[in-house]
Design a protein around this ligand. Sequence first.
Ligand code: ADP
Ligand code: MG
Ligand code: MG
Length: 257
Amino acid sequence: NSVLKIEDLHVKVGETPILTGVNLEVKQGEIHALMGPNGSGKSTLAYALMGHPKYEITHGKIEIGGVDLAELDACERARLGLFLAFQYPVTIPGVKVADFLRLAISNIRNPERKEGENLMPMREFRTELRQTMDQLNMDSEFARRYLNDGFSGGEKKRMEILQLAMLKPKFAILDETDSGLDSDAVRVVSEGLAKLSGPEMGVLIITHHERLLEYNEPQFTHVMLAGKIVETGDASLARELHENGYTEVRKRHPEEA
Ligand code: ADP
Ligand code: MG
Ligand code: MG
């Protein structure tokens, strides 16, 4: 079983330090929730995990199965089993959902692949896609849509869940805004994730959504304040935060409040 290990991570954006010593370990099969007030640095952690060039790691490290991610690009990170779903997925003009998934799968499964070559055989891919979409009760028409072109909130989430199901990562990081999700979108992620998570997948859910965490009860809940994880508990900590917000947590950690 592999581990995603974040050790004393310091990240700055431009000249501003945002993360100031984050420690976190996610094992395959575990569900972790990361919560915290707006601006505390949750998305910054997700971007640093992805290797976004704007987010500079000034100290500490991120490892998967003992491999340091520092020098690896997003594609190499994906090959190690890391998957990141984002708050605002981009639109790629002219690319259909199925084409994108075939490319992504081919990149992950065949490290020697050169651009434009060695795509996963179409027949094999189609079969796998159809089975996966059946499993998720998704209309096959969705695979023929252009990527994110006019996608509703729920459709963006269907894309995210379909990607997750096809790529079968060891570690999935889901950064879910709380404001931008309608009830259809929340249902898609909640049910989809519940279907897909299991002993092979470690999940880090960044969210406040009660429903998401009810469907996918975290073994660990972490609270971030001012760029640090200040508390870790179980699912009851998430419930406490849903009820009371961050006032009490801030009182317990005046130095980060
Ligand atoms: P959260 O996801 O917890 O709401 P963020 O990680 O988005 O928090 O933001 C943490 C802090 O870092 C905020 O003060 C935000 O303004 C700043 N920040 C994050 N990304 C950038 C960026 N690309 N450019 C400038 N400031 C940023
Ligand atoms: Mg935010
Ligand atoms: Mg955020």
